[in-house]
Design a binder for this molecule. Sequence first.
Ligand SMILES: Nc1ncnc2c1ncn2[C@@H]1O[C@H](COP(=O)(O)OP(=O)(O)OP(=O)(O)O)[C@@H](O)[C@H]1O
Length: 221
Amino acid sequence: MPHTSAAAAPLIDVRGLGFARNDRPVFGPLDFSVEAGEAMLVQGGNGAGKTTLLRVLAGLLDGERGEVWISGTPAGPSSRAAHLAYLGHLPGLKADLGALENLQYLCGLLGRRPSIGYADALAIVGLAGYEDALARTLSAGQRKRLSLARLWLSPAPLWLLDEPYANLDLPGIELVNRMVRAHLDAGGGALVTTHGAYAAPPVRTRLLLLDGAGPAQPEGA
Ligand SMILES: Nc1ncnc2c1ncn2[C@@H]1O[C@H](COP(=O)(O)OP(=O)(O)OP(=O)(O)O)[C@@H](O)[C@H]1O
């Protein structure tokens, strides 16, 4: 049974979660939970369903089966957004807005932590001085860094990070790891997809192996 006490409940508790496209199973049924202060690495080869899982959890795809509980409360796709921050392959930036304007736009849409200023968030990700640079003029790695600034400003306790290291140089990879560690230290949690070839955040981590459709359980680590 999912936890019922909000105080002790995991940030997310997934029971029998599955997803199919045109009656073809993509993943599941899956059972796992992520506690405050914990990261879960979602590993699997190309096409195993990692991105699909994160998009389903983020409420971006219709047709899930099973249950998702957020902090002890059942949460349908539309009610999960406030608790989750999704960093996908496509950064979701407006090409003709500047870096600062993009942050203001996205935070207006998705909420923000009032304790952190936009300029500080840009500086943390190495984009100080790029406030007015249009998103379309940024490199792929710089766009990823701008998305990381948005993530840093997000008030959501659970981060869903789809290949967060993609397009980043070594300092960028270390930046992601520092951000994840700080987020977990502050009581947050994270699901992080990876092919296994990249660095994994050096934090309390469990592993969820995805191998296409079929039952999958987390491993202790
Ligand atoms: N928009 C879509 N329409 C139809 N099928 C899709 C779509 N997106 C993904 N798929 C299929 O769903 C399956 C899972 O894809 P998904 O992107 O979740 O895998 P992944 O594990 O993230 O892969 P990768 O490591 O290559 O990014 C694949 O068979 C893929 O072809």
